[in-house]
Design a protein around this ligand. Structure first.
Ligand SMILES: [Zn+2]
Length: 441
């Protein structure tokens, strides 16, 4: 056997319960950075692993608690769902001191639907035991979710839970030294109810759960309006790796949304006070000191700000020299809210935000931003925007029909109902472009 040129060890974390290490021996010698090849190899390895383990693996999800490790003082019990290759006979929750063997199983048609391409059986579960029953006096709990399949096999998942109060206070101790006044970047003075800036004579309020740097003036200035929209995402695998491999570093998740997992080393910065939010404020005026953070993540945020250049400048200001920047912005994606959507970016546009002020390590299209997502999203909105009859006709068209250039040439003939029947209101979010006509005031 040929000796490997080098060995890449890849840790794969998916929605599956346990991390798995896959070793790939690359026998071919590589020229250039070889990054793309490595990525392809990683994808291949993941597919192999999935197919090899499809007989025994399963998926699980917690509906409550909303964050997989963050608990608010609440009387509700643990609930979620499990999908697998065989039906589930029972689910048991246990810690060192508490056991709940009366966990209710319930039919979840929504999960059955969304998971059926991967798993034949899906079941919801719900424990009536309030979460606070599980917590030790320390405010923490390690709970095992035991899944008993009808095949006789048992799988288990470990949940590390902690009271939000304790986790949030602990984290704040880690990052409060880097907080500054977002207006003047001057030092803050702690008060009973939060922080004061002696220079600007502004006060910023705080609860044990979050610090509020989003003053009413700031909300007005940057057109931040209250929203009930929830932006809920897990971490990109690149970010997940950075967070987990560097527990001693401090990262800023700039526009975090509602995160499913709460980390000690990541400040969740947001305009909305979600359960996982640590600091409230705006990207245009970050309340962090110059060169104070080991990394900044900005994921699907800059398309929603009025001034992406200014936000990019702020991100760079708070980043330590050598600190890592991870920025993802949509290019060909339909308009989506939360609550404003201003600027999509090409790859060149994204690079232009920081130009030569950063050293580019990698530029890539991750799987989550593969063209198929944009393509499907656009086609779906196109179909949904059509009246019922034209929608059905449109869905029956072949890609080859859509690619036919004559469709556009015959635009005015009115022969192609799916073009003319799409109302203006449905065109806006997926238009190829917009025009304004205006006069100078
Ligand atoms: Zn100030």
């Amino acid at each position: 056997m040929k000796k490997p040129a080098f060995i890449v060890e890849i840790q794969i974390r998916t929605g599956f319960p346990l991390p798995h290490n896959i070793r790939i021996d690359i026998v071919r010698s590589m020229s250039g950075p070889g990054i793309e090849l490595m990525q392809n190899m990683a994808c291949w390895a993941l597919r192999q692993w999935r197919s090899r383990h499809s007989g025994s693996s399963f998926r699980w999800h917690l509906d409550y608690p909303i964050q997989k490790n963050l608990l608010y003082d609440d009387l509700r019990g643990i609930s979620g769902w499990i999908s697998g290759p065989t039906p589930i006979a029972a689910v048991v929750l246990r810690s060192d001191t508490v056991v709940d063997s009366q966990v209710k199983l319930k039919f979840r048609p929504d999960v059955q639907n969304s998971q059926r391409s991967w798993f034949r059986y899906s079941t919801g579960f719900e424990s009536s035991r309030p979460i606070r029953d599980w917590l030790a006096p320390s405010g923490r709990a390690r709970i095992t979710l035991e899944i008993r399949w009808t095949s006789g096999k048992t799988d288990s998942v470990t949940l590390d839970l902690a009271n939000a109060y304790e986790l949030k206070i602990q984290k704040r101790e880690r990052f409060q030294s880097v907080l500054v006044c977002p207006e003047c970047h001057g030092p803050l003075i702690a008060t009973d109810g939060g922080w004061n800036c002696p220079t600007c004579r502004l006060s910023y309020s705080a609860t044990p759960y979050s610090i509020n740097f989003l003053t009413p003036d700031m909300a007005r200035e940057f057109n931040i309006i209250p929203t009930s929209n929830v932006s809920y995402w897990g971490y990109d695998s690149h970010i997940d790796q950075i967070i987990r491999n560097n527990p001693d570093k401090l990262y800023l998740d700039c526009g975090a949304g509602l995160r499913s997992t709460y980390h000690d080393n990541v400040i969740n910065f947001e305009i909305v006070d979600y359960y996982s939010t640590d600091v409230l404020g705006v990207n245009e005026k970050l309340p962090f000191a110059d060169n104070s953070l080991d990394g900044v993540f900005s994921v699907a945020v800059l398309e929603h700000v009025q001034d992406p250049f200014r936000c990019a400048g702020e991100i760079l200001r708070v980043l330590k020299p050598g600190g890592v920047l991870f920025c993802a912005v949509p290019f060909l994606q339909p308009v989506h809210g939360f609550p404003h959507h201003y600027y999509n970016m090409t790859r060149q546009g994204l690079l232009n935000l920081w130009k030569d002020r950063v050293r580019i390590e990698q530029v890539l299209v991750p799987m989550a931003l593969h063209p198929i997502h944009g393509l499907q999203w656009m086609l779906r909105l196109y179909a949904e925007g059509l009246p019922a009859q034209q929608r059905e006709d449109f869905k029956r068209m072949r890609i080859q029909d859509l690619l036919d250039v004559k469709i556009i040439e015959e635009w005015e003939s009115g022969r192609h109902a799916f073009i003319h029947a799409l109302p203006e209101s449905a065109q806006v979010d997926i238009a190829s472009g917009n025009v304004i006509i205006a006069t100078k005031k």
